[in-house]
Design a protein around this ligand. Structure first.
Ligand code: MG
Length: 250
């Protein structure tokens, strides 16, 4: 069942997401060559806990860190490591969330490490824009898969691969709630969107084929062809009008 949040719950979701956006703004400033992916995780956990919140990714199904840090061909769920340092020209995706008074938030961004290639920048730009194309349809009265179809229609002409094994989701008192939100075209319409739904829309786009595989750590998802991958996610609130993007930087 898809939960509809009460006005009081929406306020808690807003605050959870606002705090998470602060964490992302801080973390974005430490992205530079030489920083280890574990440094990012440690600082992320500190920033979350210093706000009186709990990192919701830590120990989720046994995940060993607070921040997923995925570099270049890593799509999502990269495990932070002390000896894994960012290099000039890399792209790095951070995915993280927190719990504030029992309410979860979830957000992801891909950042450039120093100067990156125009091709990598374009992949990042298209991935981000695909989120905004998708959420043009995220309003009460539309169907859930209108979002999925809009993302696919925008991304596919660029020749990129839309990851299919991982999808967006509802969010609230759990990190992952119904419904699942694919980023590619669906044959069905999906549920009717209603005010008070909070969902995470999170396109994951590969420069090459859509296929992904899992590394031996059983967490890190990589593009099968080794091509770069980008990720952009926000927690949003469905309203009668424009959706409210709860985790946006401000
Ligand atoms: Mg998510």
């Amino acid at each position: 069942m898809v939960s509809i949040k009460s006005p009081a719950e929406i306020e808690l979701m807003r605050e959870s997401c606002r705090l998470l956006s602060e964490v992302f703004v801080s973390l974005s400033k430490m992205i530079e060559p030489g920083v280890s992916t574990l440094d990012i995780d440690r600082e992320g956990e500190r920033l979350i806990r210093s706000r009186g919140c709990i990192p919701n990714f830590l120990n989720y199904d046994g995940f060993p860190a607070s921040i997923c840090v995925s570099v270049n061909d890593e799509v999502v769920h990269g495990i932070p490591k002390k000896n894994k340092k960012l290099k000039e020209g890399d792209i790095v995706s951070l995915d993280a969330g927190l719990i504030y008074k029992g309410y979860h938030s979830d957000c992801a961004r891909t950042y450039a490490v120093g100067e990156i290639s125009p091709e990598a920048q374009k992949l990042m730009d298209v991935t981000k824009q695909s989120f905004f194309e998708g959420i043009k349809f995220a309003k009460a009265g539309n169907h859930l898969f209108d979002i999925s179809n809009a993302i696919d229609d925008y991304v596919t002409p660029f020749g990129y691969g839309i990851v299919r094994e991982l999808v967006g989701h509802g969010i609230g008192t759990n990190l992952h709630e119904e419904p699942q939100i694919p980023n590619f075209r669906q044959k069905r319409k999906g549920i009717l969107l209603e005010p008070g739904m909070t969902i995470c829309v999170e396109p994951m786009i590969n420069m090459g084929t859509a296929d992904v595989c899992w590394l031996d750590d059983d967490w890190t998802v990589v593009s099968e062809d080794g091509s770069l991958s980008a990720h952009y996610e926000n927690t949003i609130l469905i309203t009668d009008g424009e959706p409210e993007i709860l985790t946006i930087e401000r």
